[in-house]
Design a protein around this ligand. Structure first.
Ligand SMILES: [Mn+2]
Length: 488
């Protein structure tokens, strides 16, 4: 009898110890979270969950850490788990709503806000978020109705550029005979640096011309570097205009002998997205064959609505101009292959095996992202292999290996994720991430990086840089108010 009780007692003690250890790990994770070290926060929440998987708070906290690292799919999964464990856990609904918002699933988000409002009828904050989200859902429905009415008529058709006048008071740069020149680009960069606005006529001229150029490019752009040639590959820039200027300062202005490839996510978050994108488009016009742009997941309507670009264009220009930006973004190519050996794309590889370069060439890209499929994966988050620890946001090395072998490639370059050093080499050197927004959102403390690739050996050479000061306009200044409320 006594021995049984002792055993029972020790089992109970072991159980209590397990729970207590899980709590300790959660505390440790919370500390990392407060220090914005989200990677370690996720690691310790995961360890806590390994000891005690029935705790909704652990899932909810890890969900928030995933939100901060922009792993929205994982954030959504964790919030859902938290609610499965405790359906009365209010925070869980908030987290799931936020994840859905970030993924552009506004209707699903609205359902969760609805639940919160029902349970807490006196919660003003919840009510406000519900109303804000409801507004977006209604607006989306309205936009869809209009879109089908107008059968995708281009903004270009409704513009009368010729008759747009430039007022005498305007002293800024103008295109020369309707053309972008080196002088125009230099003046433009200085003009923007001084926080001045390019005349709307010039902005429209750039947009119309760049749409024309981009729409003639294939979805997979293929270039060939000669032995002596070099290209610079940059990752996300996210509206950090002053850091973009710094890249040109450090690495030289774009030219036919100094080609660049910018790998998507030019806009959103940073509050100088208009300046970044017009500068990049200007260089695309100036050096169409030596200045390359690929689409990121932020060159899409849903993201722009939430993360600031739409608001910024409306504040600096008009809603109509945003529409034209949206049209142009749809024509950005999705991937670029260098010397048939290196493949560059924003998001990464695919959920299915057996994808060939020819499949990429055939993608019909002039659209907003579908919920799945190749073109979605090229520029969006990919959740191929959720590792057991739940830390990795990427596809596994097996996926990379298989893809490279089948397509006779050496390695891939992608962007999309902030990295402390500005770049990261994984999958035994076969998967490289490059990110060019240093101190991302004024708070991540990361370096930025760009890559030099030479035709002679195609060996990646990394260059790091740190953030430079910018005028006092905070990131996300133009973002949707739901995101400005400290939700993310
Ligand atoms: Mn991205």
């Amino acid at each position: 009898m006594i021995s049984i009780r002792v055993e029972y007692g020790s089992a109970k003690m072991a159980e209590e110890e397990r729970i207590a250890n899980a709590e300790k790990l959660k505390e440790k994770a919370n500390t990392h979270f407060k220090e914005k070290d989200y990677e370690n926060a996720i690691k310790y929440y995961t360890e806590a969950l390994e000891l005690n998987s029935s705790n909704a708070i652990y899932y909810s906290n890890r969900s928030l850490a995933y939100l901060r690292t922009e792993c929205y799919g994982y954030a959504l999964a964790d919030a859902t788990r938290a609610l499965e464990i405790d359906k009365n856990y209010i925070k869980g609904y908030y987290r799931r709503a936020t994840s859905n918002m970030a993924l552009g699933k506004f209707k699903a988000a609205l359902k969760d806000y609805e639940t919160v409002v029902r349970v807490r009828p006196n919660d003003k904050d919840a009510k406000m978020k519900y109303q804000e989200c409801n507004k977006i859902v209604k607006q989306k429905a309205f936009e869809r109705a209009i879109a089908s009415d107008e059968l995708k008529r281009s903004v270009v058709d409704s513009l009368d550029i010729e008759n747009m006048t430039i007022e005498d008071e305007y002293t800024g740069p103008k295109l020369e005979d309707g053309k972008v020149t080196v002088k125009f680009m230099k003046d433009l960069m200085q003009w923007f640096k001084d926080q001045k606005k390019l005349h709307r006529k010039c902005a429209y001229q750039i947009l119309i011309q760049v749409k024309d150029i981009l729409s003639k490019l294939p979805s997979l752009v293929e270039i060939c570097l000669k032995e002596t040639e070099k290209i610079t590959i940059c990752g996300d820039t996210h509206g950090q205009y002053y850091d973009l200027l710094n890249i040109f300062e450090l690495n030289g202005l774009p030219s036919e002998t100094n080609p660049y490839l910018f790998n998507g996510d030019f806009v959103d978050r940073g509050s100088f997205s208009v300046e970044v994108i017009l500068t990049l488009f200007g260089f695309k016009l100036l050096f169409p064959d030596h200045f390359h742009l690929l689409r990121g997941n932020h060159e899409t309507d849903n993201m722009n609505q939430m993360y600031g670009f739409e608001g910024e264009v409306k504040a600096k220009y008009t809603a109509q101009m945003f529409q034209l930006f949206s049209e142009v973004f749809q024509w950005l190519p999705l991937a670029q292959c260098i010397n048939s050996k290196v493949l560059v794309m924003h998001g990464g590889l695919f959920s299915e095996d057996g994808v060939t370069l020819d499949d990429l060439r055939k993608i019909d890209r002039n659209r907003q992202p579908p919920d799945s499929g190749l073109c979605f994966l090229l520029w969006h988050k990919n959740g191929r292999s959720i590792s057991k620890r739940g830390v990795s946001c990427q596809f596994g090395p097996d996926v990379t290996e298989h893809f490279l072998k089948q397509n006779k490639l050496q390695y891939i370059v992608r962007s999309h994720e902030v990295k402390a050093e500005g770049y990261e080499v994984t999958h035994s050197g076969k998967c490289i991430t490059v990110f060019s927004a240093p101190n991302y959102c004024d708070q991540m403390g990361n370096k930025g990086a760009y890559i030099h690739l030479r035709g002679s050996d195609l060996k990646p050479e990394f260059h790091q840089f740190t953030a430079v000061p910018h005028p006092n306009v905070k990131p996300m200044a133009y973002a949707n108010s739901l995101l400005q409320l400290g939700m993310m």
